[in-house]
Design a protein around this ligand. Structure first.
Ligand code: ATP
Length: 450
């Protein structure tokens, strides 16, 4: 990127526009150091000062304010103001060039540190280098801190859209109605973890969310490192039609009614815009696919099945490698405003307990997943452990962490390998009754029995 040209165009446009809302906006966001050329930096510094002192900005005031060695150049630069209407574009380009310069400087300094590495200082140097590289800034679309007071009008617009039911695209609705009603959907910058032991229904939950987004004309990317793309497609059809995957595997045995459900589901899915990608990837490869899709038509969510199968970066410990992955995914969600649904396996530890419902503590071995996540959901089905469970056919959707509200457990039915709607109050009453029955009974002296 050639910074000089953009810096010239920006200064010229600022002189042409003078004290204008765009000029003030740019000055509030772009520091003087962003200019590489010292003459243009001097001109910009004068413009900032003139704005600050509410004085006129024109060729003469700028020329008068800069050092003598720069003053002859002001007229030449001002002549370049062919397109002052593009002033924000020039400001953005100057900012991007500055970011690239900073990144290059950091890389050079990291290379210098690495050239002095030896077996005694290897960890110290690598820590220093990775610390330095992690400060490289990402393109932020010029976003800078905004005053909350100035954002009240925008927020009222959001509220108004909500009253009209027009803001659905702003939030990720999961299709689990009681949960969507309670939380209003998840934020577009959320990292949502679906964690559980094998067979609990993590993949099914992610597919159900994908299907729900697809139905409302969203566009999602489902990355599977566990199943082939055709298996994922089959799970989508099974979820949409309510048929068991087993039924789809034996089409000759299908009843007419099942066949009709299959054709309806496949024609609906044909009109929708969900994507699937299978294979083995690093987190950065997944992110680059998702960013490309997001730039090219937008993305409603990125789902990844599952964390432990993502190719790990080199790191001293497994926990550090996983932390790198969840950290990168959280950055991706924040930067692109695309929520990430990340599936994660839990280890056997849960199964050594009487109550096998997972808790946040069970995530400890998975690096910083607990801290990075905005939402942690544990799908849990008691029948996986006890086929005669009183809660056969019921799935608990345990929200163990929710950054913007209180954690809570929701209930779903479980039929044909799919989550189904169920009456929340009725199931909660069943659980409460079961708890009462399980409590040790007191005898007439008030002593606990047995
Ligand atoms: N027709 C069916 N009826 C009832 N349960 C079914 C049916 N088909 C599949 N299942 C159950 O659904 C579960 C699979 O769900 P899912 O693949 O979503 O689980 P998961 O948590 O992602 O597990 P894993 O980590 O092994 O992939 C299994 O426990 C399986 O026994």
């Amino acid at each position: 990127m050639e910074s000089l040209e953009f810096e010239e165009l920006l200064v010229a446009a600022m002189i042409a526009k003078g004290d204008h809302i765009d000029t003030r906006d740019i000055v509030g966001k772009l520091p003087v150091e962003a200019f590489a050329n010292h003459h243009l930096r001097a001109m910009y510094r004068v413009i900032v000062r003139l704005l600050d002192q509410v004085e006129t900005i024109d060729i003469f005031t700028v020329k008068h304010g800069v050092p003598a060695e720069t003053s002859d150049l002001v007229m030449e630069v001002a002549r370049r103001s062919s397109s002052a209407s593009n002033i924000k574009v020039w400001a953005k380009k100057v900012r991007q060039c500055w970011m690239v310069r900073q990144a290059k400087e950091k890389l050079c300094s990291a290379l210098e540190s690495l050239s002095g590495i030896n077996t005694h200082n290897i960890n110290d140097v690598l820590t220093e280098v990775s610390g330095e590289l992690s400060t490289i800034q990402f393109e932020t679309n010029d976003r800078l801190p905004r005053r909350i007071g100035d954002m009240m009008t925008d927020y009222m617009d959001v509220l108004e859209q909500r009253t009209k039911g027009e803001e659905s695209g702003l939030y990720l609705k999961t299709g689990i109605e009681p949960m969507d009603d309670k939380y209003g959907g998840f934020d577009r910058t959320d990292l949502i973890i679906l964690a559980g032991r094998p067979g609990m229904g993590k993949t099914e939950l992610a597919i159900m969310i994908a299907n729900s987004i697809g139905r409302s004309k969203g566009r999602g990317l489902f990355v599977s490192m566990e199943m082939s793309e055709m298996q994922i497609v089959e799970r989508h059809i099974a979820d949409r039609s309510g048929l068991a995957v087993g039924a789809l595997r034996n089409p000759n045995d299908m009843l007419d009614e099942q066949f009709t459900r299959l054709t309806v589901a496949s024609s609906q899915l044909q009109d929708e815009d969900n994507y699937v990608l299978d294979g083995a990837f690093t987190v950065d490869e997944i992110i680059s696919h998702a960013e490309r899709m997001n730039q090219d038509g937008g993305l409603s969510f990125l789902a990844i099945d599952y964390l432990q199968l993502i190719k790990k970066p080199k790191a001293e410990t497994n926990a550090l490698a996983l932390s790198y992955i969840t950290g990168r995914l959280k950055q991706f969600a924040l930067r692109n405003k695309v929520p990430v649904i990340l599936l994660s396996q839990l280890n056997r530890g849960v199964e050594s307990r009487i109550d096998k419902r997972p808790t946040l503590g069970d995530l400890r071995e998975s690096g910083s997943i607990e801290q990075d996540a905005d939402v942690v959901i544990f799908p849990y089905r008691d029948e996986v452990y006890d086929e005669n469970s009183k809660f056969k056919g019921i799935a608990e959707i345990i929200v163990g962490k929710y950054r913007s509200g209180e954690p809570k457990t929701f209930y779903m039915g479980w039929r044909n390998g799919h989550f189904t709607r169920i009456d929340q109050q009725e199931v909660a009453a069943r659980y409460a009754q079961n708890e009462d029955e399980a409590k040790p009974k007191s005898n007439w002296r008030g002593q606990k029995a047995g």
